[in-house]
Design a protein around this ligand. Sequence first.
Ligand code: MLT
Length: 405
Amino acid sequence: MIRVNRHFKKLQSSYLFYTIAKRVAAYQDANPAAKIIRLGIGDVTQPLPPACIDAFHNAIDEQGSPETFRGYGPSEGYAFLREVIAEKDFGYREANIDPDEVFISDGSKCDCGNFQELFATDIAVAIPDPVYPVYLDTNVMAGRTGIFKDGHYQGIVYLPCTADNRFLPSVPDQPVDLIYLCSPNNPTGTVMDKESLEQWVSFARNNQALILFDAAYVDFIREDSLPHSIFEIEGAHEVAVEFRSFSKMAGFTGTRCAYTVVPKACMAFDENGDPISVRDLWMRRQTTKFNGVSYPVQRSAEAAFSEDGRRQVRELTDYYLENAKIIRRAMTECGFKVVGGEHSPYIWINTGQDDWAFFDRLLQQASVVTTPGSGFGNNGSGFIRVSAFNSRENVIDAMARIAQL
Ligand code: MLT
């Protein structure tokens, strides 16, 4: 008899953004004339930078000629992309990494979700609350938690992120083995400062723990003094892995390209306490389960680092940040307390009421889609997340509709 992975039965009935998409589809079916504005899932709306498009076209042409055609690429990604990433994204301050510590993939969601496979099922996992649901759900699927009760999975060490701690997770007062951090944060839009990252790196080193650091939104940071990589923190190369993505910074949500940095110094331990290279484990996993990102997509991603590409990426992220500013201002004027949206495309809004009811009201009465905060965890109750990923015109329209309500 084929039996299911019993841990899947512990999951909430469906993935957050899938649940929302179903509600929105039902509303659209019932109101075919409604012009819905989507500020829910963080999906970009502006086209790829021209430099990326040109490189994409050229690479496709290469695939059309026998002299330049390429079949399977390396599972970890082509050297041309890994080298430019190491130089342009990490070749500054203390953040240095080697190109062979970079693994190209088709998305940070998959990498964040898959990485936990490398570790034992009886380790202690610390996860912020609220949080991007992928970190939690993939650990549930892997059997690292008990059942879901009173808004929490048993066995997980939750790191509350509330107004009391400026929405920044504090180190727990118990040892843990695997830690998920995200900065700029999804969903709260806040950014971890150097001091708080130093505390985490020191905690991880003292506990032989590993930090999975999700920096998918790093290109939205506009203050030099804020850390742009966990590897800027001394000692982080031994205890951290960093996820980055082209999705939000260069509009690749539909094109798919991301990367994960796994330093050679980073170790996990076997049952005897002997160190094992996390990079080698990830290489083993990727070469077995993943065949790489397509050549044209990698060439297109490489172009985001050219002079033109960098300027165009900056214009793109500036565009969404201006949307974020408009949302922050409009929601503040409506009397709500807001955080985020300054170095992030997400604005975290305290509605002071039931967040699903508020979400429904915005959908039913303004045709505006947001994301209810409790979908990200207990501490998201009463909040909504508004995404700045849309056209300027739609953002202004959405804010006017909400103000009218
Ligand atoms: C979000 O809205 O949280 C993101 O778009 C989800 C993702 O990047 O997978």
